[in-house]
Design a protein around this ligand. Structure first.
Ligand code: SF4
Length: 417
């Protein structure tokens, strides 16, 4: 009997080696290094671990090879270097990782390759190395152009350095770049946001990401708020800031294609749309998340432990059941099988995040189920309160509703809870 089972498993492995697992079209690369750790940040990012850079990049290249052995070689639509601060490490490392991906997957001139950067790193020389390596899109963490605010949130750049980085991008003929800004920072004013956004518009970024500042648990800022050392922003000022930001970007023909993201037509982020369209993606590096074959899973987050674990993983077992394959990967820290019900809730949230909205007919096409059976009566209240609007069977957030989106998402995740 035992022999029979062994033979059956062997045959299954053989079958899979000929018919590899279905594939993803987007790859996320997590670079966890930062010059300093900002006091509000709860990302998997570290300062003072630069001595690990070379070993970490080697381990990430091994991880790319390991996954490539399981999947068929398919066209890659997008690659995204996030972190941390990918621009903090030597640009040659980025080149090296891209070479490794190209060796294993089909990367073409059409692949969107985005690099997250901090202003202090964007010298002309580095920008041209990135461009030569294939980077086609830059995402710059400007956050604010107000020196007081930048100092308050502990950033390592000031207004001058931020403007220099954008000038350097422009002088290298980079037109496809995004700027990140944060709103709702304690002590920030609507005049400051107006000045920051107006100045940034002069550089004609193709894309804006605007994030509401949040105080995350386990950060120094969380402690400061608890100790009353800093006060969260006043609600009225927050509303003014939000309104000015939306008005300025709208007036300048940026489309709010996702709650936090604005783009000139044709410059929406392919990589991020892939997440919001609930498509598969592979994450490489410490703490990176992946979504493949109905599993969401994530890597060991400690860079040191990640390097160590990768060094002990010689190959991956290509088993019929993807859960079994993941079970044998020592550098994965957690995995969740995504049930049909979870998929439905994720679909509803991601659809509402996009300006295309949550369409009853598309929902039916996707799940052969009626959307009405999956929304609570609270949705009627959201419509009455003009948080949501409904047009041609499509639910969308109103502009003011975007401010309260978390209420709606909570209701989708925990109906009437
Ligand atoms: S630079 Fe970004 S990732 Fe690094 S600590 Fe600051 S906010 Fe976090």
């Amino acid at each position: 009997m035992a022999n029979f089972v062994r033979k059956m498993i062997k045959n299954q492995i053989k079958t899979l080696n000929q018919n590899k697992h279905t594939n993803f079209e987007s790859i996320y690369i997590h670079i966890p290094f930062c010059e300093i750790k900002c006091p509000y940040c709860d990302f998997n990012a570290y300062s003072n671990i630069d001595n690990l850079t070379s070993d970490l990049i080697k381990a990430m290249k091994v991880e790319i090879d390991l996954w490539a052995s399981l999947f068929e070689k398919k066209d890659i639509k997008s690659i995204y270097f996030g972190g941390g601060t990918p621009s903090w490490i030597d640009a040659e490392y980025i080149k090296d990782i891209l070479r490794s991906i190209s060796k294993n997957f089909n990367v073409s001139d059409n692949t969107e390759i985005t690099l997250e950067c901090n202003p202090i790193d964007l010298s002309s020389e580095k920008i041209s190395t990135y461009i030569n390596a294939g980077v086609s899109r830059f995402s710059v963490g400007i956050q604010s152009l107000n020196d007081k605010t930048l100092k308050f949130i502990g950033r390592n750049h000031d207004r001058m350095k931020a403007l220099n980085s954008l000038n350097n991008l422009r002088s290298n003929n980079v037109t496809n770049f995004s700027v990140d800004i944060m709103y709702g920072i304690p002590y920030q004013t609507h005049e400051e946001i107006k000045e920051t956004v107006s100045t940034l518009l002069e550089f004609e970024p193709s894309h804006f990401s605007s994030y509401s500042f949040t105080i995350e648990p386990n950060t120094p800022f969380f402690k400061y708020v608890k100790e009353n050392k800093i006060k969260e922003i006043d609600e009225e000022e927050y509303l003014k800031i939000f309104n000015i930001l939306y008005l300025l970007l709208k007036e300048n023909n940026y489309v709010n294609y996702e709650i936090s993201n604005w783009a000139k037509k044709g410059f929406e982020s392919i990589h991020n749309l892939n997440y919001w369209d609930n498509n598969k993606f592979l994450g490489i590096g410490p703490g990176a998340h992946s979504y493949i074959n109905n599993f969401r899973f994530f890597n060991e987050s400690s860079p040191k432990k990640y390097i160590n674990k990768i060094s002990k993983q010689n190959s991956l077992n290509n088993l019929v059941d993807f859960a079994d394959t993941l079970q044998n990967v020592n550098f994965i820290s957690g995995k969740d099988h995504i049930s049909e019900e979870t998929k439905i809730r994720e679909y509803m949230i991601f659809s509402l995040r996009k300006n295309s909205g949550l369409d009853k007919n598309q929902f039916y096409n996707q799940f052969t189920k009626n959307l009405e059976d999956h929304i609570s009566s609270k949705f009627d209240d959201f419509l009455d309160l003009q948080i949501l609007e409904m047009n041609k069977d499509i639910y969308k957030f109103t502009d003011k509703g975007k401010l309260l989106s978390n209420e709606v998402f909570r209701e989708i995740l925990y109906p009437e809870g």
